[in-house]
Ligand binder design. Structure first.
Ligand code: AMP
Length: 432
């Protein structure tokens, strides 16, 4: 990501300094490294002559800082997401994109200075942008759980006196399993938001009981449409009737965002029919950094309409008559593991390279409404997997993408089109 982004400077804090040598070893271009916590950077200067280092004493006072000239279409951040060909894609998100999101959410949730936000996301996940900037835009407080609280998020809610909760549904699923969603446990919450994967109905119901003074919003959206772009507020009377397959609807688009549901030929489908969700509007990001081919494949024109739409790859349905958008799954091999977006193709590409085996299928397993528990690999091979392969693959992937188990089959089942039959492989996992 460092190389692909063309990054020129890096700010390193005390806890992440231990990662610095690995990062510098991998970097061929000179970097400016800023370490505000350090008085002296002499040892680094002599060890890494290619790079420039600045410590806290080298920095000027914040009073002499002038904000850079930022136009609405300037890139605010690049966020890398899993890429199906094995290379992560850097989504270019503009200031206009983020501001549109912030304007709507701060007003929808009436954020004020008394609010205290959770911060449950890694900074590599764009939902962290929401927490920070929604809170700071209105002078609210943001509370970061210490590492040991992550295993007991419920205690964190009350200890930190949170008023706003935002997490992936998997965290709530985990809390429910732990027995941490007992009725009335979190009276201080006034807003609970979930995003990143499908929200199971039974989890939404349990959450509302545990946080009786809170609304529950299911918000939906890919990084390419800036954090989230549709929302649905749970209503205890209406929602159980509107939900399908035990999953909470994704609701209505944010202001200015335009959804279209299309078939494989990109023709609009009728209400009541499943199709892929395409969207455009002020939150449509600028495409993928330095990758016109992937940008052109996902940011498309529709018929004679002038706008560019992003193809989400999400299967949705608009019910006949009035009703919220329903989430129906994916049209491709992208899955969610604990809210993280995983292209199974990316895992397959890494396993293929490391094993030298061409026939590789990655699957999300076990499967649950909110996403998969992890990734499992099938290899078409006669011999069992070399244990060193597991290590080499794990080293190249984030923890949540590293395959948990490898299965060797002499011959893969194929479907009518001669393709590897993923469904048959799932059945094999079910039978194990
Ligand atoms: P990311 O770019 O990592 O935010 O992942 C975006 C993808 O997560 C979407 O394309 C959906 O597949 C999934 N997703 C996000 N929010 C929801 C939601 N509320 N319900 C169902 N799926 C969701």
């Amino acid at each position: 990501m460092l190389r692909r982004s063309g990054c020129r400077s890096v700010v390193v804090d005390e806890t992440s300094e231990k990662q610095l040598p690995a990062l510098l070893e991998a970097s061929e271009a000179p970097l400016l490294i800023v370490l505000p916590h350090r008085d002296s950077v002499e040892d680094l200067v002599s060890r890494w002559p290619l790079h420039r280092f600045l410590g806290g004493r080298d920095l000027v006072s914040h009073e002499s800082w002038r904000s850079p000239d930022v136009r609405p279409d300037s890139i605010a951040y690049l966020l890398f997401t899993s890429g199906s060909t094995g290379i992560p894609k850097g989504v270019m998100v503009s200031h206009r994109n983020v501001q549109s999101y912030l304007d709507f959410i701060t007003q929808r949730l009436c954020i004020n200075q008394e609010d205290r936000f959770s911060q449950m996301f890694d900074m590599t996940f764009d939902l962290s942008v929401a927490d920070m900037f929604v809170a700071w835009e209105r002078g609210a407080c943001i509370c970061c759980p210490p590492e040991n609280m992550l295993v007991n998020p419920g205690r964190f809610i009350n200890d930190a006196r949170l008023t706003i909760w935002f997490s992936v549904p998997s965290t709530a699923v985990f809390m429910k399993r732990l027995g941490a969603l007992k009725p009335g446990t979190y009276p201080g919450l006034r807003v609970s938001m979930f995003c990143g994967e499908a929200l199971p109905v039974d989890v939404a119901k349990a959450w509302i009981e545990a946080a009786p003074n809170s609304v529950v919003d299911n918000i939906y959206g890919p990084t390419e449409l800036t954090i989230a772009c549709t929302c649905y507020r749970w209503d205890s009377a209406r929602s159980p009737l509107e939900a399908e397959h035990g999953v909470v609807p994704i609701g209505e688009p944010f202001p200015g965002m335009v959804p279209v549901v299309v078939d494989e030929a990109l023709m609009e489908v009728l209400p009541g029919e499943d199709g892929e969700l395409l969207m455009t509007g002020p939150q449509l990001s600028l495409g993928y950094w330095n990758d016109p081919t992937k940008t052109a494949a996902s940011f498309v024109k529709l018929g004679d309409r002038s706008e560019i739409f992003y193809r989400t790859g999400d299967r949705v349905r608009r019910p006949v008559g009035e009703g919220p958008l329903l989430y129906r799954g994916r049209v491709d091999n992208q899955i969610k593991v604990l809210g993280h977006r995983v292209e199974l193709g990316e895992v397959e590409a890494v396993v293929r390279e490391e094993s030298g085996v061409d026939a590789v299928v990655a699957l999300g397993w076990p499967q649950a409404p909110a996403g998969a528990g992890g990734v499992e690999i099938f290899l078409q091979a006669d011999d069992p997997v070399d244990p060193a392969l597991r290590y080499r693959v794990a080293k190249r992937l984030p923890v949540y993408m590293a395959p948990r188990r490898y299965h060797c089959l002499t011959r893969f089942p194929v479907n009518a089109n001669g393709k590897y039959d993923r469904r048959a492989l799932i059945q094999l996992l079910e039978a194990m």
